[in-house]
Design a protein around this ligand. Structure first.
Ligand code: HEM
Ligand SMILES: [Fe+2]
Length: 450
């Protein structure tokens, strides 16, 4: 079917990613109910802290699977050759999935008991054993990608280099989180290397590269235009994102100069994200060719806008130290997190899945209405959550940090907003289910055509 047979191996990455996303959402819904029930004696087998860890780690897992699947899917066309070691694509998938299952089981049964299995710090809950295995698995992906690029007949294109740099950066930035420190300040200092340098540097590079490659694959926009914007975006992402790290260093015991550096550079972070919206706009305007796969288009435009508004603007509102002094660690953070992460990376992963799965399954003219409805349900659901959490956050900041009311009495006032958040979550969940169903349907009712 395709001149690059290994593409078919990436299908399982996308299907696994979307299914894990569904589980992540389900756990989020359970937590939202717990927020309302407020009774720790609910007979659920999992406590809130474990659910929260699972919610975050499942996200990391499906993101990695989605990105790796995307990398393997997009690379051959750019490199002008198939992946050098196709069998590694399968082995790596099962290896990473097993590690993921190991992490999940460890969190359910060993939280607080064995730090080889569960380490405990937020986002870095996976224990040392899993850290090491994960690094090995990811390094082997980098090897396969670099080996393919080096054997490539084509001149290396900048989107693929940006994508590869993002992938390598993500792995390198995982390592600082594995070093052990007795000082909690040092431990937090390096924990943020993983979280911030992932979402605001290396993953952003992956996003910029993937958006450029998808536009190249789907449109007839001139390559020079796409590559010109990409170069400026990348320079700005690195300039603002690297020192923008300072917005996590205001209140954790690091030197005072971070207040100035973090404030200044992170306030500039929306600039490259705006440039991504702008360049996508210019690219699509210049395009002469009709785009038949509208679902991918929805997801890519959604991701560019979600990135600019959710990461850029929602990040900007609380990134200055004068404001963050009041908003730090409140529902405002949660509002931003639920805008930036799904708004950027979820839509991107679903977008690549909708590009890849119909092609792999030979179903070019799949029916698009489920994908479109799924997209809008996700948007409406998440927007409801985001606005509910934003209002809850503003009330919380005012009552708790300005008026000085106690944490718990403020939580009482926030209950209606947590109900609203649950409704938004249910709508988004319906969208996720529809998309998962659709993608599975497209991939199983395949190929009588080719
Ligand atoms: C797609 C890119 C982004 C993603 C996925 C993202 C995601 C997140 C997440 C998950 C957190 C919560 C961390 C925690 O649990 O404490 C967070 C915190 C934060 N983000 Fe972002 N973010 C992105 C971009 C940005 C940008 C561009 C800015 C600034 C303009 C920003 C500003 C902040 C700030 C200031 C915090 C700390 C809030 C606090 O704890 O007081 N973020 N982000
Ligand atoms: Fe950050």
């Amino acid at each position: 079917m395709s001149e690059y047979p290994s593409k078919i191996k990436t299908r399982k990455y996308f299907i696994a990613a979307i299914l894990l996303f569904i589980v992540q959402m389900l756990l989020g819904l359970v937590m939202s109910v717990m927020f309302l029930a407020r009774d720790s004696s609910t007979n659920l087998p999992l406590t809130f802290d474990i659910l929260k860890a699972l919610h975050l780690n499942l996200m990391v897992l499906w993101l990695l699977l989605g990105f790796i699947g995307g990398l393997y899917y997009l690379l051959p066309v750019e490199a002008g050759r198939d992946i050098l070691h196709p069998h590694l694509i399968d082995i790596q998938f099962w290896f990473l999935l097993l590690i993921g299952i190991g992490i999940i089981f460890s969190e359910i049964f060993f939280t607080g008991r064995n730090w080889w299995l569960v380490e405990g710090r937020e986002y870095l809950e996976a224990g040392r054993l899993w850290d090491i295995l994960l690094t090995v698995g990811l390094l082997s992906v980098v090897y396969n990608v670099l080996a393919t690029i080096l054997e490539s007949k084509n001149k290396l294109s900048s989107p693929i280099l940006v994508l590869a740099a993002g992938a390598i950066g993500s792995i390198l930035m995982y390592v600082p989180g594995e070093i052990w420190f007795d000082s909690i300040v040092a431990a937090e200092y390096f924990r943020w290397w993983v979280v911030h340098y992932w979402v605001e540097a290396s993953f952003e590079l992956i996003a910029a590269g993937v958006i450029a490659l998808i536009l190249l694959a789907m449109t007839q926009v001139r390559r020079e235009i796409i590559e010109k914007y990409l170069a400026i975006e990348v320079a700005l992402i690195l300039l603002t994102g690297i020192i923008g790290q300072g917005h996590h260093y205001y209140w954790i015991g690091t030197p005072d100069f971070w207040i100035f550096l973090g404030g200044l550079f992170s306030a500039l972070e929306p600039v490259p994200l705006f440039l991504m919206v702008w360049s996508a706009y210019i690219d699509l305007k210049e395009n002469k060719k009709p785009i038949p796969n509208k679902v991918v288009l929805y997801m890519i435009i959604g991701a560019t806008i979600g990135n600019f508004v959710g990461a850029g603007l929602w990040g900007f509102i609380h990134t200055l130290p004068q404001i963050n002094f009041f908003t730090h660690g409140t529902q405002i953070t949660s509002s931003h997190a639920h805008f930036a992460t799904p708004g950027t990376y979820l839509l991107l992963v679903i977008g690549i899945a909708y590009l890849a799965i119909p092609e792999i399954s030979g179903r070019w003219n799949f029916s698009q209405y489920r994908g479109k409805i799924g997209f809008w349900l996700l948007v409406i659901g998440f927007m409801n959550m985001i606005i509910a959490l934003l209002i809850a956050g503003i009330i919380q900041v005012y009552q708790q940090r300005v008026e000085g009311l106690s944490f718990m009495s403020v939580q009482n006032t926030l209950l209606p907003y947590f109900e609203w958040r649950l409704i938004g979550g249910l709508i988004a969940f319906a969208g996720g289910l529809l998309i998962a169903y659709d993608l599975i349907l497209i991939s199983i009712i395949k190929v009588n055509s080719t």
